[in-house]
Design a binder for this molecule. Structure first.
Ligand SMILES: *[C@@H]1O[C@H](CO)[C@@H](O)[C@H](O)[C@H]1NC(C)=O
Ligand SMILES: *[C@@H]1O[C@H](CO)[C@@H](O)[C@H](O)[C@H]1NC(C)=O
Ligand SMILES: *[C@@H]1O[C@H](CO)[C@@H](O)[C@H](O)[C@H]1NC(C)=O
Ligand SMILES: *[C@@H]1O[C@H](CO)[C@@H](O)[C@H](O)[C@H]1NC(C)=O
Ligand SMILES: *[C@@H]1O[C@H](CO)[C@@H](O)[C@H](O)[C@H]1NC(C)=O
Ligand SMILES: *[C@@H]1O[C@H](CO)[C@@H](O)[C@H](O)[C@H]1NC(C)=O
Ligand SMILES: *[C@@H]1O[C@H](CO)[C@@H](O)[C@H](O)[C@H]1NC(C)=O
Ligand SMILES: *[C@@H]1O[C@H](CO)[C@@H](O)[C@H](O)[C@H]1NC(C)=O
Ligand SMILES: *[C@@H]1O[C@H](CO)[C@@H](O)[C@H](O)[C@H]1NC(C)=O
Ligand SMILES: *[C@@H]1O[C@H](CO)[C@@H](O)[C@H](O)[C@H]1NC(C)=O
Ligand SMILES: *[C@@H]1O[C@H](CO)[C@@H](O)[C@H](O)[C@H]1NC(C)=O
Ligand SMILES: *[C@@H]1O[C@H](CO)[C@@H](O)[C@H](O)[C@H]1NC(C)=O
Length: 564
């Protein structure tokens, strides 16, 4: 492991704002959905969980107390965690889980970010019910780069199973089959009127005509990308993953698990005499079954007189959403995202590249490992997911702890391949041997390395869109395309001027996406597919941004004294 001690930029984690202290009590709660009661894991007895609200520059502390039988951790999804890797949250990557009866204080400063993010559990499948918004307001007195909305609302999408999801993931890991799909999607925890026995569990957004509202869209679903639209209303996208974008109008938003999108919604007087469904349903490209249902809420105008409201039954209008596999829409929509790249909000795209990586992302098979040899993959195998053919094996010591204590031996190796083991037509006929290898391998990046990464989907078992999420960094999305990435031709079309800056991007189904980032945050950072079904099966790897330089900005402070 080598450390380059070039100090290009001083990043300070000193906070300029106030400290916001939160307490999260993890408890079981009985919740009724689709006419079935279910005991779920909640934060402060709320589902969805509480909203964290802070301003750019504030320090946030959250004391998490675990009162349930499960091991728990919380991830502050998209928060950069500059020099505070111990507060990032993925189990066995940056911390050991908080066990029953234990507590842990997450302590971080929000630096250079404003917009919508979210928090969620980051162990097993517990994030199915443990999630909530993070709202980062600009510094006091600093306006949005668009007109101040009249009001703002979080719209958080989730996924609901009638069965116990911990049983489902246990079963999947034993049999290697595909996990049972969900029974419903939800908007702010509510499935809405299109499911049977669910009409009363419908989210209603009450608005006044002639105003501009901001909706903070968050996809907290486990396994599904979603199309979202509101009947008869267009939406203006102004921010994605807590970075402002050049505003653009659209009737439908595509949002992958792990992404957040702020949209402006204009309400008009001529719309006041109807009710409007806001609906979300999946964008699904992979092989196998998926939950093809539709969640809906209702946009309701305040009417001038309460009398009219009682006597007239208003018509209910429905939006038109793209077909479930509309990859053309997905590509077009992704390409519309551009950074502001203004003097106030520059796009600091690395113009030179120190290290290039080419990662294939896709599915594969493992030999059956359960004692009964009763696996459900083809020919008694287990389905898995991999990056460069390596399926990640979760260690039982947190990688960051092993790295910090110089005890990586036996925990992880640093030989994660920069390229796939061999070339093939990634989006054509797959090779005959579709077995994947496995290991706990990381990529080591000296401090301040400028990284270019091309993520290429494969058609092994089936092409599929994979929303890749990187912890600890935002990256620039330089370009995306269908088929095999062509290193001679495609880079000439990269956007190095105003590319979108995000923490999660969909690797196109049957295509590729190219990203760049500067590795300026010491620690061990997880990169994984935000489809939980793939994370559980190995589509992930660790990035070890070496922090052994001498300057303060390069060093990771020691772990908090009472770490789990
Ligand atoms: C909870 O975490 C501890 C510490 O990592 C581990 O020993 C234990 O097996 C975990 N329990 C479960 C149910 O996963
Ligand atoms: C959070 O971290 C800061 C900086 O290390 C420290 O001063 C503060 O006491 C911590 N707060 C809590 C609640 O641990
Ligand atoms: C899932 O498996 C773990 C580890 O084998 C076990 O501790 C836990 O009780 C199981 N959970 C359920 C709901 O079956
Ligand atoms: C998954 O679905 C199958 C088929 O409906 C059912 O037999 C099985 O019990 C389900 N698994 C769980 C954990 O609910
Ligand atoms: C809503 O849109 C539909 C289809 O575009 C149109 O026929 C209808 O007139 C619109 N209704 C309102 C109230 O805008
Ligand atoms: C999914 O549902 C839509 C209607 O909501 C339907 O048009 C489509 O055929 C369904 N697709 C699959 C694969 O079931
Ligand atoms: C999408 O699904 C439809 C219906 O199953 C199918 O006819 C069509 O070929 C699919 N399109 C793509 C791009 O896969
Ligand atoms: C293996 O067989 C035992 C005994 O029949 C059974 O209890 C267990 O559930 C089986 N495990 C799997 C993964 O099928
Ligand atoms: C399963 O095994 C059979 C017979 O060996 C073979 O023809 C088939 O291609 C295998 N299927 C897969 C998906 O590997
Ligand atoms: C860490 O391990 C390396 C290689 O084993 C060794 O050279 C180095 O001195 C160790 N550093 C510390 C701080 O223990
Ligand atoms: C890969 O396979 C696809 C589908 O068969 C084909 O259209 C394409 O031309 C092939 N690409 C290369 C580079 O061979
Ligand atoms: C993946 O690794 C396995 C096991 O080492 C190997 O058999 C297979 O050929 C590799 N496949 C690809 C596509 O690299």
């Amino acid at each position: 492991m080598t450390a380059l001690c070039l100090l290009v930029e001083l990043v300070s984690s000193k906070h300029s704002g106030i400290t916001r202290d939160y307490k999260f009590d993890i408890r079981m709660q009985n919740v009724m959905r689709l006419c079935q009661a279910k005991s779920i894991v909640t934060v402060n007895d709320q589902f969805p969980g509480p909203t964290i609200t802070a301003r750019e520059g504030d320090r946030v502390t959250v004391k998490v107390v675990n009162h349930v039988q499960y091991n728990v951790t919380i991830h502050w999804h998209g928060i950069r965690q500059l020099r505070s890797g111990w507060a990032d949250g993925p189990a066995y990557i940056t911390q050991c889980p908080i066990q029953t009866g234990q507590s842990y204080v997450y302590n971080f400063t929000i630096t250079g970010q404003r917009g919508t993010l979210f928090w969620h559990a980051h162990v097993s499948w517990l994030r199915v019910t443990m999630y909530g918004p993070i709202i980062i307001l600009p510094k006091r007195g600093v306006p949005y780069p668009f007109p101040q909305p009249y009001k703002e609302f979080p719209i958080i999408f989730g996924e609901w199973w009638k069965a116990d999801t911990e049983k489902i993931i246990n079963q999947t890991l034993k049999t290697g089959g595909a996990p049972n799909v969900s029974d419903a999607y939800t908007i702010n925890g509510l499935p809405g009127p299109l499911y049977s026995c669910s009409a009363k569990d419908t989210f209603k957004l009450k608005v006044k005509p002639g105003k501009t509202y901001m909706l903070r869209l968050i996809n907290a679903a486990l396994n599904d990308e979603l199309f979202f639209s509101i009947a008869n209303h267009s939406l203006t996208v102004v921010e994605a993953d807590a970075v402002y974008v050049k505003p653009f109008e659209t009737s439908t938003v595509l949002i992958t698990p792990g992404q957040t999108t702020n949209v402006l919604l204009k309400t008009e007087h001529r719309h006041a005499n109807a009710l409007y469904l806001m609906a979300a349903r999946p964008y699904a490209t992979g092989p196998g079954a998926f939950d093809n249902s539709t969640t809906a809420g209702i946009l309701e105008y305040h009417l001038p007189s309460p009398k009219t409201k009682k006597t007239t039954k208003l018509p209910l209008l429905k939006p038109t959403l793209p077909i479930f596999n509309d990859t053309t829409f997905a590509m077009k929509f992704n390409r519309k995202h551009r950074s502001l790249a203004s003097s106030k909000f520059p796009a600091k795209v690395p113009q030179k590249v120190d290290r290039r990586f080419f990662f294939t992302v896709g599915l594969g098979l493992h030999p059956c490992s359960n004692p009964n040899k009763t696996c459900q993959g083809p020919n008694n195998t287990m389905r898995t997911a991999s990056v460069n053919n390596v399926s990640f094996v979760m260690p039982n010591i947190a990688l960051l702890q092993a790295h910090f204590c110089n005890q990586s031996k036996g925990v992880y190796t640093t030989d994660f391949p920069a390229n796939p083991p061999f070339k093939f037509n990634y989006t054509g006929n797959p090779p005959s041997n579709i077995m994947a290898s496995s290991g706990t391998k990381v990529v080591v990046l000296p401090f301040n390395t400028s990284v270019e990464l091309v993520l290429q989907d494969t058609s092994i078992i089936g092409a599929e869109s994979h929303p890749l999420h990187l912890h600890g960094f935002d990256f620039f999305v330089l370009g995306l395309g269908m088929g095999n990435f062509n290193p001679n031709k495609d880079p000439s079309s990269f956007n190095l001027v105003d590319p979108a800056e995000r923490n999660t991007v969909g690797v196109p189904s049957g295509g590729w996406v190219a990203i760049r980032f500067l590795a300026d945050n010491p620690g061990v950072w997880f990169m994984h597919c935000h489809l939980e079904v793939h994370t559980s099966c190995g589509a992930q790897d660790g990035l070890d941004c070496d922090g052994t330089g001498s300057a303060a900005s390069q060093k990771l402070p020691p772990p908090p004294s009472e770490s789990p």
